[in-house]
Design a protein around this ligand. Structure first.
Ligand SMILES: Nc1ncnc2c1ncn2[C@@H]1O[C@H](COP(=O)(O)OP(=O)(O)OP(=O)(O)O)[C@@H](O)[C@H]1O
Ligand SMILES: [Mg+2]
Length: 300
């Protein structure tokens, strides 16, 4: 009985004494001893695998922290020289806007566009690092979501027209919520810029804002290139882009990942629906009108 109690407590140090003879008790003690030896081996094997898993997990976590650190320092290193470059560029732009510098203008505009892209990339990398290290703080205050939605659509109006797309907004006259307005606008901008990038000329894009009980929902519908349903979830992972890299549109594949982190920090959900390739897509998110601000945490 004492040996049994020890085995139950995973203590295999004591084995039952083998009873000599051919009778049932002797057979039982031999069988019991073999069983304990098997259990002991399995137990040590399990322990060893558990240690290995823990070590692998520790290594992965260290790698993940190193990756976040690398993204953060790369973004800072890339961002620091941007400020003096932009100051000089601003002066250069003023200079070439004067008569006599016409031939230099296209080059300066090209530099300006590329600096703009670099700035967005640096901002996105910093957001990824902040989200992953749980350091992204929301600045929440009362905001009218209808105004945010309408303004976002207005901001993209010219770009949509240039691309030959119609762009509209539908929603209540006002809908107040406690949110970080800048961050909500950042998500809406990404939805709109994606819809414009992935909808061929002649297409339609519509933003809708609605309310269900204490939840507000934004949706951006387009009739563009669409997404295979099986691909929908992985779009919210970092650097996930579906298009053929040879014909890739500009972007790093961070927008939806950051959007998901921002929506989740507001206690909301982000989603994507599409019937498949060529069937258009709808990207949306819902957030509580009063965001429950728990402790910051990175997206899973
Ligand atoms: N409206 C859409 N229609 C079709 N595909 C889309 C749409 N929105 C996003 N996608 C797909 O999801 C991918 C990821 O989008 P995401 O916004 O994260 O990155 P991106 O737009 O490529 O780059 P970034 O936002 O970092 O500039 C896109 O590259 C595209 O393949
Ligand atoms: Mg995007």
């Amino acid at each position: 009985m004492r040996v049994m109690a020890r085995v139950a407590g995973r203590d295999f140090s004591e084995k039952p004494a083998i009873v000599e003879g051919e009778d049932a008790l002797a057979q039982f003690t031999i069988g019991f001893r073999f069983m304990i030896e098997d259990l002991e081996r399995a137990h040590f094997e399990l322990e060893r695998e558990r240690e290995e898993l823990k070590a692998a997990n520790d290594r992965l976590q260290a790698l993940d922290r190193a990756k976040t650190h690398l993204i953060n320092s790369a973004a800072h290193e890339l961002g620091t020289p941007l400020t003096p470059i932009k100051v000089q560029l601003h002066m250069l732009k003023e200079r070439v806007s004067q008569p006599g510098f016409e031939t230099l203008r296209p080059g300066v505009e090209m530099v300006d566009r590329n600096i703009g892209r670099l700035e967005v990339l640096v901002r996105d990398m910093l957001d990824v690092a902040r989200l992953e290290s749980g350091k992204l703080e929301l600045q929440c205050e009362r905001a009218d979501l209808a105004v945010l939605g309408r303004d976002a659509v207005q901001t993209f109006d010219a770009l949509a027209s240039q691309a030959g797309l119609s762009l509209s907004f539908e929603g209540p006259r006002e809908l107040w919520a406690t949110v970080d307005g800048k961050r909500i606008v950042q998500v809406l901008f990404n939805f709109l810029s994606n819809a414009i990038k992935f909808t061929p000329k002649g297409g339609r894009i519509a933003m809708a804002l609605s309310r269900r009980a204490d939840v507000a929902e934004f949706a951006v519908v387009d009739d563009g290139v669409g997404i295979e349903p099986a691909d929908a979830d992985r779009l919210f992972q970092p650097f996930s882009q579906l298009q053929d890299p040879v014909r890739a549109r500009p972007g790093a594949g961070l927008g939806l990942y950051i959007s998901r982190g921002l929506v989740e920090r507001h206690g909301g959900n982000i989603w994507c629906r599409s019937e498949g390739r060529g069937q258009g897509s709808t990207f949306g998110f819902s957030i509580p009108l009063r965001a429950p601000l728990g402790p910051a945490s990175g997206p899973a």
